[in-house]
Write a protein that binds this ligand. Structure first.
Ligand code: FES
Length: 560
């Protein structure tokens, strides 16, 4: 017998007789649409959702041990009195039982979306903290079903991960930013996948780390000086003061971009991380800035200053002498054209800094230079030697080239939101990085570029089965936006084992889509397709061992 009463959300049903239900018995009963596990133990009669919160198998097919029901599919254990999970990841819903004469009466109240959300946020946080991706996935699905905002779901990962990042937020934060950008454009399963991919990197990197402690806000330090001096407390205190004092986010963004332009930071990562920090904050709202901004400022201060290394000295003399103000003032001319610029930027003999400056001043402007860098980086990826990728005595590889495109995209972002001489300097750093990506060619020669012939095909399958030519041909047969989305889908689909490789695949495929839109060329997409479909090194233990042994035995640093 089932009767609905008390409220629209509550269903009450008689599910059996006390006299026919012995201690140790378990049975499944339906209350409205819900399947309920009715269980009698020494402590009484209890009602739990029958679906195990792990994968949904029925609890009544499990075993009972005192007050514990065991789901034997994967050995999760639940206290029948409370539904609390004592081994496993999530609690199971527990429902009130009343005894009416000999009748066992169970009431099930469907939670409102708000109740579901408030019950699920803590569970999601626990899942992120423990790096339980199954739990994170289930809670993400529950929250999306209950109307939570995608940006709030992903932000739980940032809130946990950013303060725990050892040297400030890095690839995991950048990947999360891209995953949120992608997730906001998707719906259903695709949206959930993008969000969980983003959270997974944050959870993996932060696991078992303690959060950095933050100082009190302090507006007195000079931010640029504090970054220069690596005065981390001052850097963080200043970032917090900007937020507390309600300083215009555009001014804060200008300070961050300026700080990232003073040195060539982290092999191109400096401006990429600033871009991703502010893109994240654009998505979630400035009111959450305190969770991320002071930590991102830490990364900016602590990143390697590559411009101080000997191999950049010559290029830095040219960059330091460049008239950045004049460069930044040049508008891209409608009549400017230089069909040879990309070839000249691909010079492997000399860093083409003067070439870049001349092109800007001749009418390319910063925007035209960025287009040329984007195309040049794509062409370098299309001629990267797969043999070099696997040479034991040469650590040069794909990731040394893909960063040129992601950095170019970051500089393009900086130019769009905060144009000026500081961004002109960043464009020259990107020009240097393009030259630096020629190290493989300098040592082993230049290969023919791979060329695409439009042919309808399944991009995802071509990538999955490492058919680079088919992947390129399928990209060529599609419009750039559709091809870009399919490359992003392939990047999200876990075809790589190492987090760092997945992160680069997602970052590159999104940057390639944006760069294809900006340049009007398919080449960035061809380059991303080739990278995704090609064999590549995904773990770097062997390289570390080889380099370490060499160093320990001979004192020789590794070859760049
Ligand atoms: S389905 Fe119950 S433990 Fe896995």
């Amino acid at each position: 017998m089932t009767s609905t009463n008390t409220s629209e959300r509550t269903t009450t049903a008689t599910v059996g007789s006390v006299s026919e239900f012995a201690v140790g018995d378990m049975k499944m009963a339906k209350v409205g649409e819900r399947r309920i596990a009715v269980i009698r133990t020494q402590s009484g009669i209890h009602a739990l959702d029958n679906a195990c919160p792990h994968q949904g198998y029925g609890l009544v097919t499990g075993a009972l041990a005192d007050e514990m029901v065991v789901c034997q599919w994967h050995n999760w254990k639940f206290d029948v009195r409370t539904g609390q999970c004592t081994q496993g990841e999530e609690d199971v819903a527990c429902h009130p039982v009343t005894i009416d004469g000999d009748d066992i009466v169970v009431s099930v109240t469907e939670p409102t979306p708000e109740e579901t959300r408030s019950a699920t946020w803590p569970s999601l946080r626990r899942g992120i903290e423990a790096n339980y991706i199954g739990q994170v996935s289930r809670d993400t699905a529950r929250l999306l079903n209950a109307g939570a905002r995608p940006q709030d779901i992903l932000w739980e990962g940032i809130r946990h991960g950013a303060p725990r990042a050892e040297w400030g937020p890095g690839h995991e934060m950048a990947m999360a930013a891209d995953c949120l950008t992608i997730g906001l454009e998707r719906s259903g399963d695709d949206q959930a996948l993008a969000l969980v991919q983003g959270i997974s990197g944050l959870a993996e990197v932060a696991r078992d780390r303690k959060p950095h402690e933050l100082p009190s806000p302090d507006a007195s330090p000079d931010f640029q000086q504090a970054v220069e001096e690596e005065d981390i407390d001052a850097v963080r205190a200043k970032a917090l003061a900007w937020i507390a004092d309600g300083v215009d986010p555009k001014l804060v963004r200008h300070e961050f971009i300026t700080a990232a332009s003073r040195h060539h930071l982290g092999y191109g990562h400096g401006i990429i991380y600033v871009q991703k920090t502010f893109e994240l904050l654009d998505h979630v709202g400035w009111d959450k800035a305190a969770d991320l901004l002071p930590h991102s400022a830490t990364a900016t201060a602590w990143e390697t200053r590559e411009d101080l290394l000997p191999y950049m000295r010559k290029a830095m003399r040219v960059i330091d002498a460049a008239h950045l103000d004049a460069m930044a003032r040049v508008e891209r001319s409608a009549v400017w054209e230089d069909p040879e610029l990309v070839d000249r930027l691909l010079d492997i003999e000399q860093p083409p800094i003067e070439v870049a400056i001349e092109a800007v001043m001749a009418g390319a402007g910063i925007a035209g230079l960025l287009d040329a860098l984007s195309i040049a980086s794509a062409r370098r990826m299309l001629r990267h030697s797969l043999e070099v990728e696997f040479l034991d005595d040469d650590s040069f590889g794909w990731l040394d080239i893909t960063h040129v495109m992601t950095m170019t995209n970051a500089v393009r972002w900086a130019w769009s939101v905060d144009p000026g001489p500081h961004v002109a300097r960043l464009a020259l750093f990107a020009t240097w990085l393009l030259f630096d990506s020629s190290r493989g060619e300098q040592r082993h020669g230049i290969e023919e570029e791979v060329v695409a012939t439009p042919e309808t095909g399944d991009i995802h399958n071509a990538i999955r089965f490492r058919d680079t030519q088919a992947a390129l041909n399928a990209v060529a047969a599609l419009d750039p936006s559709t091809a870009g989305d399919q490359l992003i889908d392939a990047a999200l689909a876990d075809q790589s084992g190492a987090f760092i490789v997945v992160a680069h695949q997602i970052k590159l495929s999104l940057a390639a889509k944006l760069e294809a839109e900006a340049t009007g060329s398919h080449l960035p997409l061809f380059a991303a397709a080739r990278y995704l479909a090609s064999p590549r090194n995904e773990r770097f233990v062997r390289r570390n061992v080889t380099e370490s042994l060499d160093f320990v035995r001979t004192g020789k640093p590794p070859q760049r």
